[in-house]
Design a binder for this molecule. Structure first.
Ligand SMILES: [Zn+2]
Length: 190
């Protein structure tokens, strides 16, 4: 099993450090350019795309800082041919520095590899546009949410062509986060 990837951010969410496992993960995923020099000092949100996703992470960071309680949540980080179940833990800050740990829980090949192409949200074509949850990787197709492994049944696979998606957070992840935040809210200090 791979070592957990860790990112440490300061009170302004600027990246202060990444660990060796980060570099390995970046290399394995074609992001060799994300060296220490490239990422340290940058804002964490420069690496998180989609307004809803940024708000999601920002809310988690805020809840951990104010409750001084760790927050653990499961998420998916699939590659085109692998299903990856991950777990993220946010630890309460020590001397203002908050550590985010990303641990691979399990990984297995996807039966049919899928390549996604990020496109901007088109508010006028929302019924046709596929939304991908950046947290659990579910896909919203014509108003209902599905796992990537159901794409074939939905008739959405067209050979090797990438599937155009825009990113956001699904209803289930939104509700799960809301209940976790509410729990942490009750523990808030100061
Ligand atoms: Zn989701």
């Amino acid at each position: 099993m791979h070592a957990a990837v860790e990112i440490t951010v300061d009170a302004s969410n600027l990246i202060c450090a990444v660990n060796t496992a980060w570099h390995r993960f970046a290399r394995e995923n074609g992001c060799e350019h994300l060296t220490d020099e490239a990422v340290v000092g940058r804002c964490l949100f420069d690496y998180i795309e989609g307004g809803a996703t940024r708000i999601f992470v920002e809310t988690m960071l805020h809840a951990v800082r104010h409750s001084q309680t760790p927050l653990v949540c499961a998420y998916r980080c699939d590659s085109p041919d692998l299903r990856r179940d991950m777990e993220m833990t946010l630890y309460p800050p020590v001397s203002g520095l908050l550590r985010m740990q990303h641990r691979l829980v399990r990984e297995r090949p996807l039966i049919t590899p899928v390549v996604f192409n990020r496109v901007p949200e088109n508010r006028y074509a929302c019924a046709e546009q596929v939304k991908r949850c950046s947290h659990c990787n579910a896909l919203r197709v014509r108003w209902s949410w599905h796992d990537v492994e159901q794409l074939e049944e939905l008739g959405l696979r067209s050979g090797e062509n990438p599937l155009d998606v825009y990113y956001g957070v699904c209803d289930r992840c939104h509700d799960e986060l809301a209940s976790k935040i509410e729990m942490l809210g009750q523990l808030c200090v100061g």
